[in-house]
Design a protein around this ligand. Structure first.
Ligand SMILES: Nc1ncnc2c1ncn2[C@@H]1O[C@H](COP(=O)(O)OP(=O)(O)OP(=O)(O)O)[C@@H](O)[C@H]1O
Ligand SMILES: [Mg+2]
Length: 176
């Protein structure tokens, strides 16, 4: 796993060429960076690895039970040592009710983490959030992953995470 490119001004970090195995290290970096309450909006084409990444992130957080894609009920909550983690998938949202019908925490509700596949519409409800974009590289079967902070609290957490040595952590995880 190559060292990521960090852009402090844009509050954005980019990893190139991530294999599925590399996602374990990435999940550790993300759980270190995200301090509840936090909201992560995942985007990327069909089959780009959104659910796979949510599984790894929730498992890094300590969720022991299987994480299944919330394709039909849109929101799956997980309770964990005082934390509430929400796995959301908005792919079918337009066929159903609007966002108001979803059982989601209020913005800044303590002890909550929302991770949403096809999550862009939630930016309207949660102004302070993270974006994570996955782009498959057709030539190598790997993914480029770009993670960025939006809003004052996320940006502060981003800078603190980088100061703790995010690049080193990722580097140690898998050599070059
Ligand atoms: N970093 C990766 N490198 C290579 N393959 C990956 C990577 N991440 C996931 N995959 C593979 O990509 C496939 C699709 O993954 P996944 O179901 O997580 O995608 P998704 O983005 O959630 O799809 P959907 O858009 O249908 O919700 C799986 O076979 C998974 O093993
Ligand atoms: Mg999915």
């Amino acid at each position: 796993m190559r060292e990521p490119a960090v852009d402090l001004r844009a509050a954005e970090v980019t990893w190139e060429g991530l294999s599925e195995d590399d996602l374990d290290v990435l999940a550790d970096v993300l759980t270190d960076m995200l301090r509840p309450p936090a909201v992560v909006l995942l985007t990327g084409p069909l089959g780009s690895g959104k659910t796979t990444l949510v599984r790894k992130v929730f498992s890094a957080w300590g969720v022991g039970q299987p994480v299944k894609s919330p394709t039909f009920d849109l929101v799956h909550p997980y309770l964990l040592n005082g934390l509430r983690l929400y796995h959301v998938d908005l792919y079918r949202l337009s066929e159903l009710e609007g966002l108001e019908s979803l059982d989601l925490p209020a913005p800044d509700e303590e002890g909550t983490v929302v991770v949403a596949e096809w999550g862009e519409p939630l930016a309207a409800i949660y102004p302070d959030h993270w974006k994570l974009r996955l782009d498959p590289d057709p030539a190598s079967e790997t993914r480029r992953i770009r993670f960025s902070a939006h809003g004052p609290r996320a940006e502060l957490q981003f800078r603190a995470g980088v100061a703790r040595g995010l690049g080193n952590l990722a580097h140690q995880g898998g050599g070059q």
